[in-house]
Structure formats: structure tokens, C-alpha cells
Design a protein around this ligand. Structure first.
Ligand SMILES: Nc1ncnc2c1ncn2[C@@H]1O[C@H](COP(=O)(O)OP(=O)(O)OP(=O)(O)O)[C@@H](O)[C@H]1O
Ligand SMILES: [Mg+2]
Length: 301
């Protein structure tokens, strides 16, 4: 079987905790040994690999997901969710706890995040099945998993597999991404990330030109509620986000990127792909949770 797309990245559980923020000290000032009452808490499954896999599957694409989870109750929740969303799990279960983020949300929506990475960054090439895929979608991974991402795309690109890549700021700052970017059919990042990447490789002028000259075939740069820009090396495109009320912004970047890539997979013109990314991003941030409001609309004919 050939997958339309296989996502490769993290699968984690997010616990959102509503807290009283100490406005005066600008910090969560909790005394060691104290017991703190919180207003509310909610749990959701997140992580770049599962968020985007669900988005692609809901567009009707035959989707797989490579991620590494533990053997705790949370790992069962991840597997159940993927099954319900018709995403094939192509990852690995290992001993211990699944990755988990505790998100301390203040009254004015400032977030402090305690994050436990779990086994996510230790995926070996030998731990994943042999796959055939038209596209790979990479969100940010480190260590062994990053090496596996590199090896996998080097293998599969020879057979025509395309790559969409959404690296994080940490990855851009700390790792040489030149060879991965060269293999990227679509490179998506936010403005700060594009700025760091271009200055690291001494690319002057527009970010889009810089990203294209690093080898990306299509480059897209987002900037929260400001203009989104894209280039295919021939033409430039832009789109202004709408004024909307943001309820909870976790997953905005994943949703936008998945919407854009899905448009390209369905052979839509780039301007339409931007519109689809915007729609997907907006749909997610106007509600709570990174994936429950992802669009359900068949793109695949
Ligand atoms: N405040 C906002 N108002 C309207 N749209 C937004 C807002 N924030 C994000 N978006 C939408 O989501 C897209 C991606 O957001 P952003 O540029 O913040 O990505 P990011 O920094 O990669 O996000 P993430 O932290 O999730 O990785 C934007 O281009 C826009 O379409
Ligand atoms: Mg991002």
C-alpha cells in the first residue's frame, strides 16, 4: 500500500491547567511544599505528528503517523485516537511514560509549559516498518529521531517521495539543516524562524528568496495574525489573516502547515493552498484543543 502522506514527529499528551497568575511578580510564585488549588484542567492529545496526521486524514488522504510512545494509559489514548481518525500508526511503543506537557495557563493566556519529551526523540530507522509514501511531513524532532528522519527521506526521495518540513526554532538554531532543506518540496516556518535560518546561512534580502536559495521548492512564512508569504521560486504570493478571537492557540502552526500541504497534495494553486492553511489554522485557534476543530472536508478525489 502506498500512503498519500506519512507524518513523522511527536505524539504527546497536553494537560492544560488554569491558574491564577501573579501579575505583580510576573511569575507563578508557588511556595515549595504548598498545595495549590487550580480553577480547571483539561487533557488533550497533541504533538506535531498526530495533529497533522489527523488533519490530513480528515481531508481524505490515506495517512500514516510515525511517532514513539510509552506503554502507559496515555499511549493507549494516542493509539485509540489515531484509529478513530483513520490514521495508521507506524511508530513504536516503548517502556515508560508517553511525552507529556503541563501547560500552566494564566488569566491573560500567558503560558508556562513544563514538558516531558518521553521516548519521542529516540526513534531508530529499524523501529519503523518499510513504507511507501507520496509525501512525508516532518515536524521537529531531535537526536536519534532527527537522524532517522534524515535517513528516511534520503532513501524515499530516490523513489519520488516528497517532503514537507516544519522545523522549530530550537532545531534551526542548534542543528545544520541544509541537507534536509535541500530535500524539502515545501518548507514552512514562522517569521522569527526564517530570520534565524537566513542569518545563520548568511542569506541577505527577503526571507522567501533566502529559503528558496537554500533549496526549498516552495517556501512559506507565517507571522501570527500578520501577512503570510509564500514563494515557489518563480512567483510570490501573500494572504492576510482575518481578525478573529483567539481562544487557545496551541496547534496553530501545525494546522496551518497541514492545510497548506494538503492543498499542494490536491494540486491546488498556491494561493488556494494559503487559503486552506489559513482556514485550518483559524478553525483550530477559535476553539480549545489542537485538533478537535480541524476541518472535515474531502480534498482527495
Ligand atoms: N492571532 C492570530 N489571529 C489570526 N490568525 C492566527 C493568529 N495566530 C496564528 N494564526 C494563524 O495560524 C498561522 C500560523 O501561526 P504562527 O505564525 O503563529 O505559527 P507558529 O509560530 O509556527 O505557531 P506554533 O507555535 O503553533 O508552531 C498564521 O499564519 C495564521 O493563519
Ligand atoms: Mg511552528
Amino acid at each position: 500500500m502506498v500512503f498519500d502522506i506519512v507524518t513523522f514527529g511527536s505524539a504527546v499528551v497536553d494537560t492544560f491547567i488554569d491558574t491564577e497568575f501573579n501579575k505583580k511578580s510576573q511569575s507563578f510564585n508557588y511556595k515549595a511544599g504548598s498545595k495549590i488549588l487550580v480553577n480547571n484542567m483539561t487533557t488533550d492529545i497533541g504533538g506535531g505528528a498526530t495533529n497533522t496526521a489527523v488533519a490530513f486524514a480528515r481531508f481524505g488522504f490515506n495517512t500514516g503517523c510515525i511517532c514513539k510512545i510509552g506503554d502507559d494509559n496515555n499511549s493507549n489514548d494516542v493509539l485509540e485516537m489515531l484509529k478513530k481518525e483513520k490514521v495508521k500508526f507506524l511508530g513504536k511503543k516503548s517502556k515508560g511514560a508517553t511525552g507529556h506537557s503541563i501547560i500552566l495557563d494564566s488569566k491573560d493566556h500567558q503560558r508556562t509549559i513544563l514538558t516531558f519529551k518521553g521516548p519521542g526523540n529516540s526513534i531508530k530507522l529499524s523501529e519503523i516498518p518499510k513504507i511507501k509514501a507520496k509525501w512525508l511531513y516532518y515536524s521537529s524532532m531531535l537526536n536519534e529521531s532527527l537522524k532517522t528522519q534524515e535517513k528516511l527521506i534520503k532513501q524515499l526521495s530516490k523513489k519520488g517521495t516528497k517532503l514537507a518540513f516544519n522545523p522549530s526554532e530550537y532545531l534551526i538554531k542548534n542543528v545544520n539543516l541544509r541537507s534536509m532543506i535541500k530535500l524539502s518540496d515545501i518548507l514552512i516556518m514562522n517569521k522569527e524562524e526564517a530570520e534565524i535560518l537566513c542569518s545563520k546561512y548568511k542569506k541577505k534580502g527577503s526571507f522567501l528568496d533566502g529559503l528558496i536559495s537554500l533549496g526549498a521548492k516552495i517556501a512559506v512564512v507565517t507571522d501570527k495574525n500578520k501577512m503570510i508569504y509564500a514563494s515557489d521560486g518563480i512567483k510570490k504570493y501573500s494572504l492576510k489573516p482575518n481578525k478573529i478571537k483567539v481562544i487557545e492557540r496551541t496547534g496553530a502552526g501545525d494546522a496551518f502547515a497541514a492545510g497548506f500541504v494538503a492543498g499542494v497534495m490536491a494540486n491546488r494553486p498556491i494561493q488556494k493552498c494559503l487559503e486552506l492553511g489559513l482556514k485550518e489554522g483559524e478553525s483550530v485557534i477559535q476553539y480549545f484543543g489542537a485538533k478537535n476543530k480541524l476541518l472535515k472536508r474531502k480534498l482527495k478525489k
